[in-house]
Design a protein around this ligand. Sequence first.
Ligand code: NAD
Ligand code: UD2
Length: 303
Amino acid sequence: MAHYLVTGGAGFIGSHLVGRLVGQGHRVTVLDDLSSGRVEVLPRGVRLIVADTADAQAVSEAMAGVDGCFHLAAIASVQRSVEDWAGTHRVNLTGAITVFDAARKNRVPVVYASSAAIYGNQEVLPIAETALPAPRTAYGADKLGCELHARVAGLVHSVPSMGFRFFNVYGPGQDPSSPYSGVISVFIDRIRRGEPIVLHGDGYQTRDFIYVGDVVQHLIAGMGQASVEAPVLNVCTGQATSIRSVATLLRDIAGSAVDIRFAPERPGDIRASIGSPRRATDRLAVRADTPLAIGLTHTFQAV
Ligand code: NAD
Ligand code: UD2
């Protein structure tokens, strides 16, 4: 049994990770400012520290005595980083550096969330980790910054880490309520209310949607493989799905005929995002094997 710190543990991906760790018998401390996370999702017995990841003292105290840190706290919305550039930077990069710095003092390995947003628009698909990063938004730039600082943490301060470039994660518990929420949670919410689904742009932009349970498997396997070389791995399925197809699949699952409408393309929106899962599969011996139709059905039924 180990003791883990999970930043952002009250959020969507974090709460699934915390549930799995507790189920495996581990002790878990969560550090979360509850800006988008909720206390109710935390299992009994989990210690919650309500604090900001940019608060060096709080993070260092939370990290004392833990065996590993999963750093997931962030403002996870690309669109919000367009609107609040400096504000999201403080959380998404300063918060991560604060976590690496505390890990240095406490000698703790860090598994952290990067993002497919670091790739921007790539010509060669599916995207492998060797592709040249080309972020199009502050969110993507800050996630790339996290990877660079993870490298510094390893090279200069001997902090072992593993970074995960999550593609588009979906599953039960994803909050649909903000205008920045993940597309699948938004579409499910619209269908439930009998309201039209809105496609930004022509709807033919593609994403590599990965089920949250598969993401948790990667995170846990990654903790055992963190190293001072600061490796980064894609977390994806290798399958591309257009936003239009997601809309029609969800309408079919729900037996709904809500309208599909169109709105302008979002600034900085990525056209095609499909990752290669090869390196993660080779290195961690895990595979994202939940088919989209099954994952969407679980997600729809859980709402
Ligand atoms: P989420 O918003 O559900 O969870 C983020 C959590 O971090 C929330 O509980 C929130 O309260 C907390 N938080 C935010 N700012 C904080 C701060 N300053 N201090 C402490 N806690 C803070 O988002 P999620 O979808 O679970 O994302 C988890 C991680 O995965 C993030 O780092 C995100 O950037 C990354 N990611 C998510 C996706 C996706 O598709 N959901 C894709 C790529 C990367
Ligand atoms: C997601 C993640 C982000 C990041 C990135 C990786 C969320 C909320 N964001 O950004 O954290 O890591 O992936 O590349 O999960 N759309 C519509 N209608 C809607 C909502 C969205 O058409 O009502 C479109 C949107 O314009 C985009 C696509 O759906 O083309 C996906 O949007 P998103 O906000 O779910 O996620 P994305 O890819 O911008």
